[in-house]
Design a protein around this ligand. Structure first.
Ligand SMILES: [Zn+2]
Length: 419
């Protein structure tokens, strides 16, 4: 495994600088292979191809993929056995579960090559952001870090900081570890940075890698200033690991030779090109995004995507059917962020025209700010909704790591059937 990862690391590190045309060729070849594999080895895709009257040989390019209807999260939940390829099972694969933060949990399998491949991609990213193998990494995670043999030799020493500890404690541990790279979640790292500043902790990693939730410019600027570091975001899911990552020029590059990404009416569909254990074609992740045209001056050949509007589960749907993505309520969040008026907060749509802003207040939280919040949310929504402010002692993180800021308790009629 270790040798395989090292070989892949070298390969991927070089691959990212290839021209878009060469990368397209690699992608095309892998697409044809995985389509045949999925057809020949899974009942689900054999059924799907047959039902739609198409053969694997009909799909040669990204454009041909549109012949195939998307695979959904419900398919993964309900027809898991039919999606697992012949010869693979949870016993001979790496097993992962989605956290269920945006719905019902699902199980995903990675074969050992796919696992090594995604691992190598992560290492490439770490080196790209300036990390050196003899330096220390700190992960703020809820699950323990699995050690690897190289650690004993002082290579890629990683320290796991339990994300369920109080933020002050996590800040003190980070100071003690003194890592050159921190891997965390945006809002968790924001809380840690705030605690670090209040406690006078001295934490200055070269870089911080975050992902999993929306990072507002305000939060990014705060963390970068307090920790005097640079933040790099990743876009990852349990089904595909890291799909895209941010370069130093703040462009999101798609791992296009492993993940073929389509944008259909703003919805993101991903086809995994490497993982043979559980092939997923045109899988609808439930997030929204758009392609970004052009070439990035950083020199990477991987295609770019535009910043996500966040998890579609966090969309607010107004009585007139208009959808409000998380970024649209950015100014409401800015009031709390810039005044440091809340330790944590959530914006909850209770009903189509009724919202609650739930706040764990700091001493800076005042009635004036509460009034500003109400007015700003109405303005952001461009709808005269009723807005209540609820002050609470705590808001738990999902799985001790992520905070879901936008929560909608209403669903669009057409979405109810698919769950
Ligand atoms: Zn770039």
């Amino acid at each position: 495994m270790l040798l395989e990862t090292a070989r892949l690391l070298w390969k991927i590190r070089n691959e990212q600088w290839l021209s878009p045309e060469i990368l397209d060729d690699i992608r095309q070849k892998r697409l044809r292979e995985i389509v045949h594999h999925a057809y020949n080895n899974t009942r689900f895709y054999r059924d799907l191809f047959t039902k739609n009257g198409i053969a694997p040989s009909d799909i040669k390019t990204k454009e041909d993929l549109t012949l195939l209807p998307p695979t959904t999260k419900s398919d993964l939940q309900d027809r898991f056995q039919d999606l697992v390829a012949v010869g693979y099972s949870p016993e001979n694969c790496y097993v992962y579960h989605t956290s269920g933060s945006t719905g019902t949990p699902a199980t995903m399998l990675y074969d050992s090559f796919a696992k090594a491949y995604t691992g190598a991609e992560d290492y490439v990213f770490m080196f790209d952001v300036g990390y050196k193998p003899w330096e220390k990494i700190a992960y703020t995670k809820r699950t323990p870090w699995t050690s690897h043999p190289l650690q004993a030799l002082g290579i890629m020493r990683a320290c796991h900081i339990l994300s369920s500890l109080p933020e002050e404690e996590q800040a003190r541990l980070l100071q003690k570890v003194n890592p050159s790279l921190v891997v965390s979640y945006p809002l968790l790292l924001h809380s840690i940075a705030r605690a670090a500043r209040n406690e006078g902790c001295n934490i200055h990693p070269k870089a911080a890698i975050v992902g999993g939730e929306l990072l507002t410019p305000q939060v990014r600027a705060f963390i970068e200033e307090v920790l005097s570091t640079s933040i790099f975001e990743t876009y990852a899911t349990v089904e595909f690991a890291t799909i895209a990552k941010e370069c130093s020029l703040h462009n999101w590059h798609i791992h296009s030779t492993r993940c073929l990404v389509e944008f259909v009416d703003g919805r993101i569909l991903v086809s995994g090109l490497i993982n043979k254990a559980l092939p997923l074609l045109r899988y609808e992740i439930g997030d929204r995004g758009a392609p970004k045209e052009g070439v990035c001056p950083c020199g990477r050949g991987y295609p770019m995507m535009q910043i996500l509007e966040g998890r579609s589960g966090d969309l607010f749907i107004l009585p007139n059917g208009r959808e409000i993505p998380p970024l649209r309520v950015f100014k409401t969040r800015l009031i709390l962020d810039s005044n440091e008026a809340a330790k944590r907060y959530q914006i909850i749509q209770e009903d189509y025209d009724h919202f609650t802003i739930r706040v764990v207040p700091t001493p800076a939280f005042t009635d004036v700010i509460a009034q500003q919040l109400k007015a700003q949310l109405v303005e952001d929504l461009q709808y005269p909704a009723t807005v209540d402010i609820e002050e609470v002692d705590t808001i738990p993180l999902i799985d001790d790591r992520k905070l879901r800021v936008n929560i909608s308790r209403v669903r669009k009629k057409c979405c109810e059937d698919s769950g």
